[in-house]
Design a binder for this molecule. Structure first.
Ligand code: GLA
Length: 634
């Protein structure tokens, strides 16, 4: 460690440095990438799922018809390969040996004798070049059993026979799904660990056994975050064992509850950020809002899942092409898995043109895996910018409102030079245009315009960190206690209407790490100087960054102006593969940013640590720590 060559801000910091590797220091750099690397989701999974189209009324004919449509229309070739059976496939759990029994009346090919098997169906899907997905629940019972009022195809038999969830059967069921039935994906819902407290009517009536809830959708404080994480982790371990080296996708469905925002990326390949989408404009906004500020929490191998597509239905049906395109464009830009939730037997050329827009799909499937970053944010218009593997840009301008809006797109928002020409290609109309500096665009009500953009990069010889969220993992984001995000659109839920006081959105994430913004929706600004690029995080944090062959790291570091003088100084450290490379002085609120530079040549993992300068590992109100203009250079 070249510690002696670095400037120090006092003896207290010396003590901190020598204890940096101490086991009890949660900010101690490890030199490792700690987000989930198991399973196989280098790009967001794409495909079809039965739930939005059929609810629990699913059967083999419907599944195969949709699979055939994926192949016949060319959608499979575009990447829509997963065919996922959701809730409704099971008949019961056999009491003698605990084996899950398939509802063979609806899945005739599974009637293979004493032990019904999905193997004929998965073989068939595999032979079509597709992949097969199955559905289960972390608890003893499924969402359909607990929440679906009309109860189509629900498990039958005794209380024990109706316990079809994974709880107490993780090894047995995962072995069955993956080693015996050859599935490639599993969606694991969490209703069973949420909806069956002692006093639930369905428990009191004797229908189901009680399971003390691990998550409470109405209260993050009442959720057992460690408990629910442990169970999901156990399922992950079983998947590693029973997939026998075959690629698999592990899809978490905890709807943003249980603070899954902070750990889903460490456990699964995709993780739901919100409660169920509905074919309603307001509900689409709600789901969208739960992913927009989370670009740093998604990367190849683990994606934010805003839920399945409702393109084709309700507010997104053929009479609402503008809305359907918006929904689709936004999901693509934000790297949400593109899972069709439409009865593909009814697919029309118009809908096919949406699902099949190859240039939009390519944004979602871009190998760099950078979720689009909010360049402009308001209740009316949002601008999302996505940096692609070839260094090019995609930009989406989204009108949330029901009236036309004007939007100004600037070269700066694209991190392109304002003095050079910026070329645009409209990915829906296919028109080409160009501008210098900025350009005014008109957005129809609810419209999203999506462009590929090219020009002269502002940073000629490198990449800003905020242009590569796919390579950043906020291993410790400094959030002292999970808080619900108050900026999420609060829609009218169809299941309650306007009864009661309204849905109180509880998706934790308020104050998390952000690209090009400070935590809590604030802009990057240090001592009065605004910065339009950087990483905003809280003190008490550690970011892991994969270095793709760059040799220098530069940043301007300081306490963001959204902090408070009373919350103390922040010290910024840059580590390379576990070795300290650079450290700032103790940065105090209101003082100008300090330049921090490090030689990162040959370093694989760069870690950016922001410590509370007073030595406290966790503060009740940590300062916002800004890595302004953070960039890797050649
Ligand atoms: C939950 C999930 C949905 C769907 C249903 C099935 O509500 O969030 O996506 O799987 O369960 O019952």
């Amino acid at each position: 460690m070249k510690r002696q060559t670095l400037a120090f801000a006092g003896a207290a910091l010396l003590a901190l440095a020598s204890s940096a590797h101490a086991q009890n220091d949660p900010l101690a750099p490890t030199g490792r990438w700690s987000a989930n690397a198991d399973g196989h989701a280098p790009v967001p999974p794409m495909g079809w799922n039965s739930w939005n189209a059929f609810n629990s009324d699913v059967d083999e004919e419907k599944v195969l018809a949709s699979a055939r449509a994926l192949v016949d229309t060319g959608l499979a070739r575009l990447g829509y390969r997963y065919v996922n059976i959701d809730d409704g496939w099971w008949l019961k759990r056999r009491e003698s040996d605990g084996r899950l029994i398939i509802r063979t009346a609806h899945f005739p090919s599974a009637a293979t004798g004493k032990n019904p098997s999905f193997r004929p169906l998965t073989d068939r899907l595999h032979a079509m070049g597709l992949k097969a997905g199955i559905y289960s629940d972390l608890g003893r019972n499924s969402c359909g059993q607990i929440y679906t009022p009309d109860f189509k195809n629900q498990p039958e038999g005794s209380v024990a026979e109706r316990e079809v969830g994974l709880y107490g059967h993780i090894e047995q069921d995962i072995r069955l799904f993956f080693a015996e039935w050859n599935f490639d994906l599993i969606k694991v819902d969490g209703c069973g660990v949420r909806g069956l407290p002692e006093d639930a009517p369905r428990v009191r009536s004797g229908l189901y056994r009680a399971l003390p809830p691990l998550v409470d959708m109405q209260s993050l404080g009442a959720s057992d975050v460690a408990g629910v994480r442990k169970l999901y982790t156990e399922v992950g371990r079983a998947l590693r064992v029973h997939s026998h080296g075959r690629p698999y996708v592990y899809s978490l469905c905890l709807w943003g509850a249980g603070d899954v925002r902070s750990w889903g990326k460490d456990v699964g390949n995709m993780s739901r950020t919100s409660d169920d989408i509905q074919p309603l404009w307001g509900r689409m906004l709600t789901n969208l809002d739960t992913v927009t500020h989370r670009a740093l929490y998604a990367h190849p191998g683990s994606w934010n899942d805003a839920d399945m597509l409702f393109v084709g239905t309700g507010d997104f049906d053929q009479q609402h092409e503008v809305e359907a395109r918006s929904h689709f464009s936004l999901w693509a830009m934000l790297n949400s898995p593109l899972i069709i939730g439409y009865d593909l037997r009814k697919l029309t050329p118009e809908l096919l043109a949406i699902f099949g827009n190859a240039e939009i799909v390519a944004l979602n499937q871009d190998p760099a895996g950078n979720q689009a970053v909010l360049a402009y944010d308001s209740d009316e218009v949002q601008i999302f910018v996505k940096t692609l593997a070839d260094g090019g840009k995609a930009v989406a301008l989204f009108n949330r409102t029901g009236a036309p809006r004007k939007a100004i797109l600037t070269a700066e928002q694209l991190k392109l030079l304002a003095t050079s020409e910026v070329r645009l290609r409209d990915l829906w109309s296919k028109e080409e245009s160009s501008f210098r500096g900025d350009t005014e665009l008109v957005l129809a009500a609810h419209e999203t315009r999506v462009f590929r953009a090219g020009g002269t990069r502002r940073l000629a010889d490198g990449l800003y960190l905020s242009e590569q969220p796919g390579r950043i993992n906020p291993a410790v984001d400094g959030v002292p206690a999970p808080l619900p995000d108050p900026t999420i659109h609060q829609s009218i839920t169809p299941w309650v209407g306007t009864r009661g006081g309204g849905e109180h959105v509880q998706y934790g994430g308020w104050g998390g790490a952000e690209a090009d913004r400070a935590p809590f929706g604030k802009l990057l600004r240090i001592a009065g100087k605004p910065y339009d690029t950087g990483i905003g995080i809280l003190a008490g944090s550690r970011l892991e960054v994969r270095n793709a062959g760059f040799s220098r790291f530069n940043a301007m570091v300081g306490v963001n102006d959204s902090g408070r003088p009373s919350d103390g100084p922040v010290v910024f450290e840059v580590w390379g593969d576990g070795k300290l490379l650079a450290r700032s002085g103790a940065m105090v609120f209101g003082t100008p940013a300090e330049a921090l530079q490090a030689n990162v040549a040959k370093v694989r993992i760069v870690e950016l640590v922001a410590r509370a300068g007073n030595g406290a590992v966790r503060q009740p109100t940590p300062q916002p720590a800004t890595w302004a203009e953070a960039a890797f250079l050649k």
